[in-house]
Design a protein around this ligand. Sequence first.
Ligand code: ARG
Length: 601
Amino acid sequence: MLRIAETLESQLRAAMERAFPDAAAAARQAGPGLDPQLAPASKPEFGDFQANGALPLAKPLGQPPRKIAEAVVEQLKADPAFNALCQDPQIAGPGFINLTLKPERLAAEVQVRLGDQRLGVPAVEQGAPVVVDFSSPNIAKEMHVGHLRSTIIGDSLARVLEFRGHPVLRLNHVGDWGTQFGMLITHLKQVAPEALNTADAVDLGDLVAFYRQAKQRFDEDETFQTTSREEVVKLQGGDPVSLKAWGLLCDQSRREFQKIYDRLDIRLSERGESFYNPYLERVVADLDAAGLLVVDDGARCVFLEGVSGKDGKPLPVIVQKSDGGFNYATTDLAAIRYRFGADPEGDAARRVIYVTDAGQANHFAGVFQVARRAGWVPEDGRLEHVPFGLVQGEDGKKLKTRAGDTVRLRDLLDEAVERAEADLRRRLEEEGRSEDEAFIQQVATTVGLAAVKYADLSQNRITNYQFSFDRMLALQGNTAPYLLYAVVRIAGIARKGGDLEAVASAGSEPLRFAEPQEWALVRELLKFDAVIAEVEEELLPNRLCTYLFELSQVFNRFYDQVSVLKAEEPARSSRLALCRLTADTLKLGLGLLGIPTLERM
Ligand code: ARG
């Protein structure tokens, strides 16, 4: 109902200006003018919206706010366009104006959405590129549940932004550069040289083990350390043998990552840390030219403003180590410079979003500050870290296998699908249904993967989240199966003879609603556009989940309490229209979470 809210807001503002011309003129001189403070009603019994703008005027006007509200209402009632939209406004409490839309306007709005594939969500015209930097696992290391969270959340944010019409760059900033390769190559040369010149000589599992051994040697053995460092310098200097080995190692990991992305239907463009190698020197030069660079103990760094360590001294962001090497922060600075850069070599983005665990909050805060001070972020450029909490086991501790190892993503997804399959087989037996294997496999895969994604997305991402197969696969509660089931229920109405398609095209007959359950569903359906706008702004997919869950609940109440197929016309068509719009909204909404729906389950 964003469009309606905008109309109402300008009608209210005009009414305020007519009621209090002097105050309006003063407010316009001091800023944007009088603010009606329009918001969705806090309770359904207050109507659809409330306007609280009378309250802050009480002091400057020297009048009780209720009196101010009365004067505004009087002006509103003199506006024919307002009267066509709303019922008589009510004044409540100290001076809130409660507004209730006319039923026929609400019904007409539903009708408009039935014929609109975007379900009332406007598309931005030619938006500037938005970078979503997500997933971003590290080569030669296993992708872990933290990366899974980043992948799922980042994908959903990218989908919402794409749906709004922004050109989105989905960037996989894989960790493919730096000391880990020095260690790994040095170690492999000694223990498995074939891995350095033959594709597929080792698999990712081996590679991860080799990496662990290499890391241990690096921590314990000084000679190994020196050789590893030399190896990194060789690689970063473009030595062909090192580069070949590096390429093979990257390919190996990449293929493994891709399997996960394919399973989850996630699209990403890889642009790893190594991509920024040619730009690192320029980062240092730019910072130097801006007068930000300080040499501290041989390292080149930028001291942060307003951030100090335990000793009270300002904290540095190190951009070049004393041995000349660059680090994670330098790469991120080069990436920011490149992503906002308007030159042919840049992305010309206006919004750059990073989806990583909250543990990296300080890293990003520091890097963002340095980038802003260096002048790389345009005035209207937005640089946002989207942090998320840890994934925990049901015991509240870090998620581990029973044997105490880190959980492999492949195993985790397999288990979700296996459990979904077991649940389904049980249900089929209870209901005495028989279905073929293809159906069972398809439903189990869809439900299992949907459950994993939804469980992650439906939490407020900032908090830690407890991973529980039982909870995420439950048919009741705020879960994927519950939402998928609502879609299936509506598809069932169509199978039982309710022609949902026809309802949508028959736009001529106005829809008619009488029951409170119908109105509740109408109002819930019309919130969709505002929810999308909120997710786009605040980057919180759980808002969309909560909405879809509430919509399903309101729908189920409606469907349980009001007859649809057996109703008389015109109620029957009007109710079918609500079913149809509910299904469309759930499908689109779940699609934006990266979750496909089913017709039967
Ligand atoms: N590779 C990093 C990790 O595994 C995440 C990278 C996030 N993106 C970035 N531009 N720093 O923690």
